[in-house]
Ligand binder design. Structure first.
Ligand SMILES: Cc1cc2nc3c(=O)[nH]c(=O)nc-3n(C[C@H](O)[C@H](O)[C@H](O)COP(=O)(O)OP(=O)(O)OC[C@H]3O[C@@H](n4cnc5c(N)ncnc54)[C@H](O)[C@@H]3O)c2cc1C
Length: 389
């Protein structure tokens, strides 16, 4: 088989193109060098280091799909998945920061933004502006389209009133995609996406949640009190915000799958290293077949989850339907992440239960995968609808 023919052969899902491999490796090396030393402190202080935020922009992971003409990396969605996976292997809080920026905010701007919006906001996102995606509210989570935030027109501007809850990147973001209903009588057909800047009058970032996991990632309430938004800052059409939300979240959940396989890999790496070092009964615990089998099973499950995540991402980049695959990869990878991190804690024994070792954090971090960007029950609902009808 010649090399030229190989190019025409179908590739294994985990076979990365040269640019993908170099990109993934550079992100992982960065995570190892720049993030790993800060993980514990950021988790304890529930805060992401400011210096690190700047370095993420320099690395090129905050504008992965943004065209080079706007200052971005001009890469594909699959690269974003690789970046989120590589970062989450070290710290899933940084993984989700980068995930929201790329798979939700930039993704929505690229697909739904006018030329002016793209020129203005994509350039900002590529060069230092962090984005957040504000759909959920106290009374509307799974039932997202029951949102109570309202928008009304006044003198050529939109006036937004309401409260958003659980907004990732709330503390770091300067740009917020806020969903509000402009025509409540029309139900979900009134939902509209607005681009709100932190400095807009009537906009405040409220309380930050104190969480079980991904503690360094900020999760905040947003308050909109007669918040004035220029007419040009509607993303997509008024009344079509439900499409913006559905379509970006369908893609975003592949990113959550990437976060989950990254963190599961991180936990498995720790567990393998530790079990080779830890001696009991006169030998390394990795020499016990029971332990070997547990690790082998975890690696097998993780491989399956990675194939699902990569396949969903490759389908998306190929412009093929991926809705079912995205839901499947999120539910499966989040369950695998919970099992693998739990095993890692078990294999560390008592040391797995204390904060001096890294696996208890990954165990806490894994839980969120079954909750945000659509709970597991909602993913099952999507899958069932596609395959049963
Ligand atoms: C750390 C964190 C970060 C987040 N980041 C963001 C963000 O950046 N932007 C944003 O907009 N939101 C964000 N969210 C919100 C998140 O998407 C919601 O929490 C999630 O969608 C679930 O909504 P809920 O919490 O209201 O739970 P509920 O919808 O009240 O669900 C509670 C339980 O009921 C089940 N349930 C609900 N409806 C059904 C049904 N029809 N059939 C079967 N079971 C059902 C659910 O599966 C779940 O087990 C974040 C949440 C957290 C915790």
């Amino acid at each position: 088989m010649t090399t030229q023919n190989f190019e025409l052969m179908p590739h294994a899902l985990t076979t990365l193109a040269e640019d993908e491999r170099l990109f993934r490796d550079s992100v992982y090396q960065f995570a190892d060098r720049e993030i790993r030393p800060l993980v514990r402190e950021m988790d304890e202080q529930a805060k992401i280091s400011k210096t690190l935020l700047h370095k993420l922009f320099d690395l090129g992971v905050m504008g992965i799909e943004i065209p080079e003409s706007y200052g971005g990396s001009g890469a594909r969605f699959f690269h974003a998945v690789l970046a989120v996976e590589a970062l989450s292997r070290v710290d899933p809080s940084i993984g989700v920061l980068v995930d929201v920026q790329n798979t939700l905010v930039i993704n929505a701007l690229m697909r739904w933004g006018t030329d002016d919006i793209k020129r203005h906001y994509l350039t900002k996102c590529a060069s230092g502006t962090i984005g957040a995606y504000a759909l959920s509210e106290a009374g509307s989570g799974s039932d997202a389209f029951a949102l109570a935030t309202r928008a009304a027109e006044d003198a050529g501007e939109w006036i937004l009133n309401g409260r958003k809850l659980w907004i990732t990147n709330g503390n770091e973001a300067d740009l917020f995609i806020v969903f509000a209903n402009v025509k409540p009588d029309a139900g979900y057909r009134g939902i509209t996406a607005f681009l709100v800047e932190r400095g807009f009058a009537g906009f405040t970032v409220g309380k930050k949640e104190d969480k079980l996991g991904i503690r360094a990632s900020s999760t905040c309430e947003l308050l909109l009190e007669d918040c004035r938004v220029p007419r040009a800052n509607v993303l997509g059409e008024a009344g079509k915000g439900y499409k913006v939300a559905i379509e970006t979240l369908n893609e975003g959940r592949i990113g959550i799958g990437a976060q989950m396989i990254g963190l599961a890999q991180g936990a498995l790496d720790h567990a393998i290293k530790y079990t080779k070092e830890r001696q009991q009964f006169g030998k390394a615990i990795a020499d016990f077949q029971a332990v070997q089998h547990q690790i082998a099973r975890a690696a097998t499950e993780l491989e399956a989850a990675r194939l699902m995540v990569y396949n969903a991402a490759r389908l998306r980049d190929a412009g093929q339907p991926f809705l079912t695959e995205a839901a499947m990869c999120k539910i499966f990878s989040s369950e695998v992440a919970e099992r693998v991190t739990s095993l890692a804690v078990n294999l560390y024994g008592g040391y797995g239960f204390v904060k001096d070792y890294p696996v208890e954090k990954l165990y806490r971090d894994a839980k969120i995968g079954q909750i945000y960007e659509g709970t597991s029950n909602l993913q099952l609902q999507t899958i069932a609808k596609q395959i049963i009808g």
